[in-house]
Ligand binder design. Structure first.
Ligand code: FES
Ligand SMILES: [Fe+2]
Length: 405
């Protein structure tokens, strides 16, 4: 190492240090693609940067928290902790899909605490807080409070669990904690035409794997979106079938990215000869011929990641926790007719194993990258043209910084 990454003055004023990092991120992001470089390490390791991202970006945007097949029936719920909020995604029947805070309106207890062994997913008629047994309807309204029936606040019928701003879009449930994100159709305008033929609201989730990740959420986003790492991390699993050198990225969308991963030439020839390739489940019924020639990865910024193939969709649920940690679910969605196939159980087992295997390859890389970013020896290197999604994500980050400046 020849130069210090931080100036002495950076340590004097945390605000100035963050400002200096933001300047460096913006300077890097404005380089043309053929001169693009990786970002400074502090983008991924600095606690103040993570706090800024949480407050200035993540809580202000639409974050994807569930697929509707997880909450098909009235009373179905999925619980998760996201950005310090304990939430429940609930099917409240005629009251629609709600994203409720699990913080009791009495004295703040989590109404479904995982620490007490409460299931993170299930079905119920109502919610009962374990502390003093206050009961809430599925829409979050308070229905009863033992020995307090006559209390004016309880009698008034105005008490409830807090409902966060939420919306169902393309079959997925999104939450916006700040309550003032722009409409999701505006936020991701144009993306729906890419996804339409997959009819995501019809799909069913058939696998859901939890991962405790010792790395920054942006390390995962960048890894997920760029196909360059097929030559290394996935040289056996993906490089032969989705070779890096054929991949390409769509022009910049305001808040989303699309990266195309064409099948190898040999596989494409077979598809064109009428032999669909890499198909295990029932292909989505509305697809056109060219949909069978590639797999595609999508980022609906900041955190929604989709890996889409003719017969499946992998959706990743991200829960950033700190600069160097996140929780992750890797999930598999298929067309419901797939489940009728005589060999479905074996197919699902094999495909779930494949999902675990290729994600494990990514986990190992992302964990080692985070370690490298924490080293004094790290220095941002040049990006390949195949890392265009990383460059686009830098530009997204720079826009967020400029928006809040
Ligand atoms: S804190 Fe929930 S009932 Fe008292
Ligand atoms: Fe990967």
């Amino acid at each position: 190492m020849t130069t210090s990454k931080l100036l002495a003055s950076d340590f004097d004023d945390p605000q100035a240090t963050l400002q200096s990092l933001h300047d460096r991120i913006c300077d890097t992001a404005q380089l043309p693609l053929n001169q693009a470089r990786a970002l400074p390490a502090a983008t991924y390791t600095d606690d103040a940067q993570f706090a800024w991202e949480r407050d200035a970006v993540l809580v202000r945007q639409w974050l994807c928290v569930a697929h509707i097949s997880q909450i098909n029936h009235t009373g179905d719920y999925v619980n998760l902790d996201l950005l310090g909020e304990r939430i429940s995604v609930v099917n409240a029947g005629t009251d629609g899909i709600r994203v409720l805070s699990r913080v009791c309106a009495h004295r703040g207890m989590d109404i479904m605490p995982p620490e007490f062994g409460h299931a993170a997913q299930g079905n119920c008629d109502n919610f009962r807080c374990p502390y003093h047994h206050w009961v809430y309807a599925l829409d979050g309204s308070l229905k009863g409070a033992p020995l307090m029936k006559d209390h004016p606040d309880v009698v008034g019928g105005h008490m409830s669990l807090h409902a966060f701003n939420s919306v169902v879009w393309q079959g997925f449930v999104f939450v916006n904690f700040s309550g003032d994100a722009e409409p999701i159709n505006t936020q991701f305008g144009g993306l729906e035409t890419h996804l339409a033929r997959w009819q995501m609201d019809e799909l069913v989730m058939v696998a859901d794997i939890a991962w405790d990740c010792p790395f920054n959420w942006k390390v995962l986003v960048e890894n997920f979106m760029e196909p360059y790492h097929h030559v290394g991390a996935h040289q056996s699993l993906f490089q032969p079938i989705l070779p890096a050198q054929g991949c390409w990225t769509d022009e910049e969308g305001a808040n989303f990215q699309v990266c195309h991963l064409p099948l190898s030439k040999a596989l494409q020839q077979k598809v064109k000869a009428g032999e669909p390739q890499l198909i295990s489940f029932k292909p989505m019924p509305a697809l056109i011929e060219e949909d069978f020639l590639e797999w595609t990865v999508y980022l609906a910024a900041p955190t929604m990641l989709l890996f889409v193939a003719p017969d499946r969709v992998y959706w990743y649920r991200l829960q950033p926790e700190a600069a160097g940690r996140m929780q992750l679910r890797t999930t598999l969605l298929v067309h419901p007719d797939s489940i009728q196939a005589y060999d479905y159980v074996q197919t699902l087992e094999a495909e779930t194993e494949l999902m675990r295997k290729f994600h494990l390859e990514d986990m190992e890389m992302c964990g080692a990258v985070q370690s490298g970013l924490s080293s004094a020896a790290y220095s941002p290197g040049p990006l390949s043209a195949l890392e265009e999604p990383v460059w686009l994500f830098q530009r997204y980050l720079a826009r967020q910084i400029q928006l809040r400046a």
